[in-house]
Design a protein around this ligand. Sequence first.
Ligand SMILES: [Zn+2]
Ligand SMILES: [Zn+2]
Length: 870
Amino acid sequence: MADTTNISAPPIQRPDDRYDPQGIEEKWHARWQADTALYAAEPHSSKRKKYYVLEMLPYPSGALHMGHVRNYAIGDALARYMWMQGYNVLHPMGWDAFGLPAENAAIKNKVPPRKWTLDNIAHMKTQMKRMGFSYDWSREVTTCLPDYYRWNQWFFLKLFEKGLAYRKKSKVNWCPECATVLANEQVVGGMCWRHEDTRVELRELEQWFVRTTNYSDELLRDLDQLENWPEKVKTMQRNWIGRSEGALVDFQIDTSEGKPAGKITVFTTRIDTIYGATSIQLAPEHPLVAGLIGDNSHLQAKVEDLLSEQGKAKEAGDIGGIEKHGVFTGAYAINPFNQEKMPIWVANYILADYGTGAIMSVPAHDERDFEFANKYGLEVRIVILPRRIGEPPAPGEAEKPVLPYTHTDSMLINSGEFNELSNEDALVKMAEYAEKHGFGKATVTYRLKDWGISRQRYWGTPIPMLYCEKDGVVPVPENQLPVILPEDVDITVQGGSPLSHVPEFINAKCPKCGGPARRETDTMDTFVDSSWYFYRYTNAQLADRPLDTATADYWFPIDQYIGGVEHAILHLIYSRFWTKFMRDIGLVHNNEPVTRLFTQGMVIKDGAKMSKSKGNVVSPDDMVARYGADSTRMYALFAAPPDRDLDWQEAGVEGVHRFVGRVWRLVTKHGSYFPGDWKTLLLTQAEPPGAGRDIQRKVHQTIKRITTDFDGRWHFNTSISAVMELVNVLYLYWEGDFYSGNKKEAKIDGVKISVSDEIKQGTLRCVVLLLAPFAPYLAAELWEVLGEKDGLLRHPWPQYDAVLAKEDETTYAVQVNGKLRSTVAVPADSAEEVVLERVMADEKVRASLDGKQIVKKIVIPNKLVNLVVK
Ligand SMILES: [Zn+2]
Ligand SMILES: [Zn+2]
């Protein structure tokens, strides 16, 4: 690191200087800008322990908002702390630069997406630098540039090669507003994730898919290894993957009344109850519904109603609480176990995308089916007895289980050859029976679907595939990558992808036969970009590979990843999948990308999340202009624990700003150049009693609290208030009470004790070091004011001594029969006899003991004495 300090003589004392954040921050901003190596990580050959701290990369929307500032202030404090702890820190930043808003802005403002995006990046980068975030910009990744997205294409070819990328015609979620396909994950309660008011439609299109389901089991299993991920994120992923064991059973449609032939495949976790099934229930969107109801307009209208009821319940996020409705289609299916005819219904609580979109209804043994059957008068047939195997039924009990009876520690009745089996055995045997007779099998289903990555939009990575009349689908050869996304494209055209209107793009040569071929015009979902971007940071300039394995092995997994909980499923499942795929093609050796995940709370104002549409956005630029970057960042950390929501109050920023000013005045007034060793005495040897010892103790307590916060619970709000307390104590000794003007003086036997210069100067230096992760500009300036020449960024973090942090005296609460009677000061860690001696000498204690007999004395060290009397 370049030496940015230039002080050789003691600095001039500046007691009257006002704290001028703009002056200080602009000065250091310029110096840090000039020092490109300042935040650079050492190469992976470094002997230091590595620490990879990462905040989720932003979408370049145009300006930083306070949610960004909070996210980055957390990561930045941690990065700076780890540098001071001697780690080789990797702290990069980049841009999730493809995506719809660039196209929408382009249409609205007539600016090409590329220009819009790159301009936004330039502006946001300027803002980030002004905030003083410690990013190594030599590793910047911009996903919309060919040097990055060519590797998306390369990965796609690898996926294709391994059979993990495939093309199929499928019903896809289509947002009419976006005019594109959405992934399942982008459909929120039936609505587009970007257009809350736009209902997603189903359309049939030829799409590219990535076989994420090949990794369903591993993605689920490995969640158990992620000990340092928030439980709520893991739960969301488990639910998303949604594994359930059960069986598939085919029910043939009864054709005797002129209904079309076909079969309904049902997924059930309770095949053991199949003899109790009395109807089949289809989702309104089930593909067989149309054929079954034919041109009966009454039924068609009913089904439409059911679908719209379902849509509303999804919208409200409460499909489980839906008021159940259904309609009989007039058709029947045959139960393959007993050949019974069962009515086929359509019901609003059956979802098309869960299981097979069809269920067998067993009212006696399922809550929902029971409710539905009672409502519509469907038969309820008991096939499970509430009795353990081998237990004789209690008189009368066997015939009358309380319905619905859903327990599984029981046995089967009314089930033909399977009678008297336990549920457990029946689940296995009946699935085997179905498989043997060709109408079903045991299976495991997942809610997780393959990842549809095709987008009919312009601003994304072109999928590197060709279509030749002779050879069909042909991958673009690796040596022809990247397939460049053309500029100057009219993206306002209607119908299909804008790329399909660019002849220079679509017309290509088939690499197999040399004949004419047509290029794929779909682009990739932007979640592809963010699935592996953090690997690219380890070697962002690499021209011939996406990453260098040895370098990635050194840095991965990421030690600390910080971002919003809204990414708990999308980004964080795709990137886990991508890592596992990269491992399987030998590119990396880690199973998981992230060791520790932290999800910060939201920034809210006036009771709502800050957003443009709500008009409650606070601009970081305004805050910096008014209070400086240090106060803005520090407030973002101080106002709430990072995992909680932060209620933005400008008065709070002003308060932090006043505190920063107090620190400034304290250090500039009392600090001076100190050529000697300020550390040994302050940090390692006990000062004699008096002010020096009191201050020393407070210093050690403060270091301890902040160090513990960084290493554990990350309550930076209490870290910062610890520094505030320390500064208050110092004011009390050196400036007098802030409010009353009474100066605290330490006296022993009436003789005034003064604090040694060593302790005083050491203490001021510790204040600066402890603030360095939170207020880097202030700390840098004060470090220079104190005449310190080494770089603050990598100056060792001060170490506390637990003994020196200990209070000399502790206060015991004294209870008599559990009631607090007095408090008594005793030297810390005194023996029990000494404690009791002091306690018994206390006036109030003696008064409350008057005439009573002590039967028991309970001493909790350094805390409490309880005397039991009668
Ligand atoms: Zn949309
Ligand atoms: Zn060909």
